[in-house]
Design a protein around this ligand. Structure first.
Ligand code: UD1
Ligand code: CA
Length: 459
């Protein structure tokens, strides 16, 4: 039944009220841009989606490369935006669902019910409406004797009586495409904003005695439109709250959902425990029985089952296997891969490195561009000197090696399997397997030196 509906998303407007140099629809809530939210929902209804772009068109195109685009060169209003797609729709006489790009909370289920309402009612046009506590800024639905829709009046053009109406236009409609494009040729811009309003099409069709329907959603939150940064923050909060609720429903313990920020695309397995003030962003996937302590931020990473992430750790673009112990205050980033039961602790930074199973770097180390084998021990304060000012060089530490405290591994360098590096060494040459490398000045004790120094000269 959803066959043959085409979708047109309006995303050409500037973000005047956002006071932003970026297109409004590129602002983000819950870890996705507004246009990604709307497009994601639209995909549930139709494979045939066109997006009207104009302001910052290139950035919008780049954000959603899979869509079809229509250019609106000048942004002269929502009616003008739809008109830009006229050629695209020539010869098409079916239904078109028109949506703004700034209503990220709308659900596919609601849109499906709305489409069914439109079709079963035999309407030429239908508008999705809601009763709002605070209808400020929205177009109002004017009904004849409280019954059929008569017109939509924009807030800025409304009389005091119309301003009292709390039923608002969501900006989401289904039109018969032929009726839509035919009416659009009749709209004018003689209004407060000097714009060509899509909303005027409703009044025009009513004037022609065409059947126009209005479908009111029971949950006004769904049709919140974002015009300001305040509204963006409010929607972000709703998305976050919903995300925490759905994770908890799926068996994740979130100790204080009010302070936990989890993006909508994140996955977390059952019996994982998230402490207060944790942030998990992007396409992160966290396994089961994972514990994440406070002040940790994880983005675009994978964390295996039963891993423990202690306080204050930063994890980005990193894959961590099962049973690992991270932090406190670890910084893992840029393509790092940690093996099973690896331990990377206090103030350890690991960049673009692999770190094998059962290996440990528990305190104050820097490992960059390194390949660390299994069962390796990296002592406190070990540093890979991977950068010579021009190029980055690799460090390899083979299985079972022991790198003593406060050693520098000056790359490119390889520590052979099972070898030992003595504490405080500056390693500049490869160490063969099963050897001991000592690379530091030998200690000299000068007995009586202090007493001798204190003797006045010449006595
Ligand atoms: C619009 C509706 C209003 C409704 C509200 C719901 C009109 C005239 N008003 O108002 O009745 O209550 O949405 O949120 O339609 N756009 C273009 N090209 C343009 C102008 C806008 O593509 O020339 C796009 C914007 O990028 C945006 C959408 O159309 O995604 C809506 O535009 P916006 O300026 O936000 O309209 P509202 O004032 O919110
Ligand atoms: Ca809007």
């Amino acid at each position: 039944m959803e066959n043959n509906v085409r979708v047109l998303i309006l995303a050409a407007g500037k973000s005047t009220r956002m006071k932003s140099k970026h297109a409004k629809v590129l602002h983000r809530a819950g870890g996705r841009s507004l246009i990604e939210h709307v497009l994601g929902v639209a995909r549930n209804l139709s494979p045939d989606i066109s997006v009207v772009v104009g302001h910052s068109a290139d950035q919008v195109r780049a954000a959603i490369p899979e869509a079809n685009f229509v250019d609106q060169k000048e942004q002269l209003g929502t009616g003008h935006a739809v008109l830009a797609a006229r050629e695209d729709f020539s010869g098409y006489a079916g239904d078109v669902l028109v949506m703004p790009g700034d209503v990220p909370l709308i659900s596919a289920d609601t849109l499906k019910v709305f489409l069914r309402f439109h079709r079963e009612g035999g309407f030429r046009a239908s508008v999705l409406t809601a009763e709002m506590e605070d209808p400020r800024g929205y177009g109002r639905i004017v009904r004849r004797n409280g019954q059929e829709v008569q017109s939509i009046v924009e807030h800025r053009d409304a009389t005091p009586d119309v301003l009292k109406i709390r039923e608002i236009n969501s900006g989401i409609y289904v039109f018969n495409a032929a009726a839509l494009f035919e009416s659009l040729t009749k709209i004018r811009n003689d209004n407060a904003q000097r714009e060509y309003y899509l909303t005027d099409v409703i009044g025009i069709l009513v004037g022609q005695k065409q059947k126009v329907g209005a479908f009111k959603v029971s949950w006004a939150e769904e049709v919140l439109g974002i015009n300001t940064r305040q509204e963006l923050a409010a929607v972000d909060q709703i998305l976050r709250r919903r995300k925490c609720e759905s994770l908890m429903a799926d068996g994740v313990t979130i100790i204080d959902p009010a302070t936990v920020y989890v993006d909508v695309d994140v996955e977390i397995g059952a019996d994982s425990v998230i402490y207060p003030s944790v942030q998990i962003y992007g396409k992160t996937v966290i396994g089961e029985d994972v514990t994440i302590h406070s002040f940790t931020r994880i983005s675009n990473s994978k964390v295996g089952d039963r891993t423990l992430v202690r306080e204050g750790s930063l994890v980005s673009d990193t894959t961590i296997a099962e049973d690992a112990i991270i932090g406190p205050y670890a910084n893992l980033h840029t393509g790092t891969v940690l093996g099973q039961a690896a331990q990377v602790g206090n103030f350890v930074e690991v960049k673009k490195s692999t770190f094998g199973a059962d290996s440990k770097a528990k305190h104050l180390a820097y490992l960059g561009d390194a390949t660390i084998g299994n069962k390796v021990n990296i002592g406190a304060g070990v540093i890979t000197c991977n950068y010579d000012g021009v190029k980055k060089h690799p460090t390899i530490v083979e299985d079972g090696a022991f790198v003593g405290t406060d050693s520098q591994l000056i790359a490119p360098v390889r520590i052979g399997k099972g070898s030992y590096v003595a504490a405080g060494s500056s390693i500049t040459e490869d160490v063969p397997p099963d050897s001991l490398a000592v690379a530091r000045g030998r200690q000299v004790n000068k007995e009586g030196w202090v007493k001798n120094r204190k003797k006045p000269a010449g006595k």
